[in-house]
Design a protein around this ligand. Structure first.
Ligand code: PPS
Ligand code: ADP
Length: 199
């Protein structure tokens, strides 16, 4: 069937959309343990940039699993499919000229590398939200670690399922060593230095 599908070019290009927005588009991929701070940082960075006239969008694990990926669970296969689909969605957002932030545990290096390869080399920035398991468990905002320790949630990342730390991320956030504002500014400074936008 696939051989009968042809690619339809659009009349407006990605470059032209970026020009309209007056900045580049890219996917800024946050990865880390549950409660490391991915959602908080994505939301705060996106809001701060939005207020400065940058077109942003956040794709967040919990929300995507309510809709697009509601048929997926937390086996290795389902997590990989989750990340693959988010990668494809991110690619569409980048094509639309939007600076896109994603907040998924994305525990497997191979899955993250697959997403990296979906877009151009200067369109993917991996952000490792580093936070010790001990601190994540102390925060435990949804009570999930407690349930995982009690055996009520099987295959929970960091407890009974693996988390593969990024080997070569663009940004490492020591998010158990500094406050949220410092972490937010670290991401914004990095993106500005890489020429994604000029504030
Ligand atoms: N077994 C298990 N392991 C890890 N996390 C679990 C699990 N079950 C439910 N949750 C909740 O789902 C959120 C993670 O979803 P993600 O789509 O980011 O996960 S993954 O990237 O596919 O691994 C995660 O949200 P965050 O805490 O925001 O990371 C949890 O709230
Ligand atoms: N730098 C930080 N210092 C202290 N607490 C933080 C920091 N970053 C995030 N948090 C807090 O940690 C908790 C988990 O953050 P969240 O963004 O929900 O994590 P994740 O999306 O990775 O599961 C929240 O209560 C949040 O306010």
């Amino acid at each position: 069937m696939k051989s009968h599908i042809t690619w339809q070019d659009q009349l407006v290009t990605k470059g032209e959309r970026q020009q309209l927005h007056s900045h580049k588009s890219a996917v800024v991929w946050f990865t880390g343990l549950s409660a490391s701070g991915k959602s908080t940082l994505c939301a705060s960075v996106a809001k701060k940039l939005h207020e400065q006239g940058i077109s942003t969008y956040v794709l967040d694990g919990d929300n995507i699993r309510h809709g697009l990926n509601k048929n997926l669970g937390f086996s290795q296969e389902d997590r990989s499919e989750n990340i693959r689909r988010i990668g494809e969605v991110s690619k569409l957002f980048v094509d639309a000229g939007i600076l896109t932030f994603t907040a998924f545990i994305s525990p497997y290096q191979e899955d993250r590398e697959l997403v990296r390869k979906m877009v151009e080399p200067d369109e993917f920035f991996e952000v490792f939200v580093k936070c010790s398991l001990e601190e994540c468990e102390r925060r435990d905002p949804k009570g999930l670690y407690k349930k995982a320790r009690a055996g009520e949630i099987k295959g929970f990342t960091g407890i009974s399922a693996p988390y593969e730390e990024p080997t070569n991320p663009e940004i490492v956030i020591e998010n158990d060593q500094q406050d949220i504002e410092t972490s937010v500014n670290q991401v914004i400074d990095f993106l500005q230095k890489r020429g994604v936008f000029a504030l």
